[in-house]
Write a protein of this length. Structure first.
Length: 352
């Protein structure tokens, strides 16, 4: 029966002692992997050197931490973490397995019940097993990170070898200047260009900040004038038509806009508004008497005047009349040629 006079502890089994002696002699690593928990069938177990298994095993878990006792270099401490969803049994005996599955260490402990959440109580429980060894130098932990839990203190302290090594490596990396530079194809370190380097525009290995690019633009991208090369804005169609802006550029499309030509016996030339909007039209009409004739295009503002000619005979007279204010789309034509002798007549009109 457990009482105040009970003692607890652990040691290597005969198999474990043989394996440690072999590791020390050959100076090869001996890797421990799992901790075994048992309830000893409700008895008070006494560890034996010749044990090859626990009296009654209830759980097997991967060791999450294996370290030498900071106060005694001859003691090796193995640790596991039991999550809240594992339990429903007593812990009275402990064991260690190595990577070969051999039972290499055994210990007893004060009885402790590990409850399940379904019982209305749950906790993370850390179990540590202390082993007295003659030499801890060749003992290593073989770990599967996917099945190991770390204690909160382990994560918060960050004083274990892995964390210290990572911190030291990061510090050395940060202080080192031997870093590959980024290229068009590979990632790497970059160097910020100075303002003179940005202004010169010769270095293709440094990056440009937004501020330096803005400064460069303010100093080098100037408005073009008759004497200074620089940037020009493209004029709007309204600016081209108005013809008053002298600081914008005219594109061929806007220069051509509004200029229309139609060739043939009946045709016209229509100039754009920035050239006065002049429209010249000509027609050929085969008729006698009086007719109303539709012009090839409309005079939107006014018909200023025109000229006529009868092609059939110099004695024949062809005339026209029309509204002078636009829009003008038709003209009245007249000739003194009889109906039996129809001849073509030609007319020229000018307006805008």
């Amino acid at each position: 029966m457990i009482d105040e006079n009970s003692t607890f502890g652990g040691f290597l089994t005969e198999i474990g002692e043989a394996k440690q002696s072999n590791a020390n002699a050959l100076e090869i690593p001996w890797k421990l992997t799992h901790m075994l928990l048992g309830d000893a069938n409700g008895t008070d177990p006494v560890p034996q050197h010749d044990q090859t298994q626990l009296i009654h095993q209830v759980h097997r878990a991967a060791i999450n931490q294996l370290f030498v006792d900071p106060n005694n270099p001859a003691i090796l401490i193995a640790e596991i973490v039991l999550p809240p969803n594992v339990g429903g049994w007593w812990i009275r005996e402990l064991g260690i397995e190595d990577e070969d599955g051999d039972f290499v260490a055994v210990a007893n402990c004060a009885p402790s019940y590990k409850p399940l959440l379904a019982q209305g109580s749950g906790r993370n429980q850390v179990v540590r097993m202390h082993l007295i060894l003659s030499n801890t130098a060749n003992v290593e932990l073989k770990i599967d990170p996917s099945v190991v839990l770390a204690t909160r203190k382990y994560a918060d302290d960050g004083d274990h070898a892995t964390a210290q090594g990572a911190a030291e490596a990061l510090q050395q990396h940060a202080e080192s200047r031997d870093h590959p530079l980024a290229t068009a194809d590979d990632r790497g370190m970059v160097i910020k260009a100075s303002q003179p380097e940005v202004d010169a525009g010769n270095d293709d290995g440094k990056f440009v900040t937004a501020k330096k690019l803005k400064n460069w633009a303010a100093n080098w991208v100037k408005q073009a004038t008759e004497t200074v090369a620089g940037m020009l804005k493209v004029a709007t169609q309204e600016q081209v038509d108005t013809g008053e802006d002298d600081a914008t550029a005219v594109t061929p499309k806007k220069l051509r806009w509004g200029f229309n030509v139609h060739y043939g016996y009946n045709g016209y030339v229509e100039f754009p508004s920035w050239m006065g909007g002049l429209i010249i039209q000509w027609i050929r009409a085969d008729f006698s008497g009086n007719i109303t004739y539709t012009l090839p295009t409309t005079f939107p503002n006014a018909l200023w005047g025109g000229a006529s000619s009868d092609h059939g005979s110099p004695e024949r007279i062809a005339t026209f009349s029309a509204e002078t204010n636009g829009p003008v789309t038709t003209v009245e034509l007249a000739t003194d040629a009889p109906e039996s002798s129809v001849h073509p007549s030609y007319f020229l009109f000018i307006g805008h």
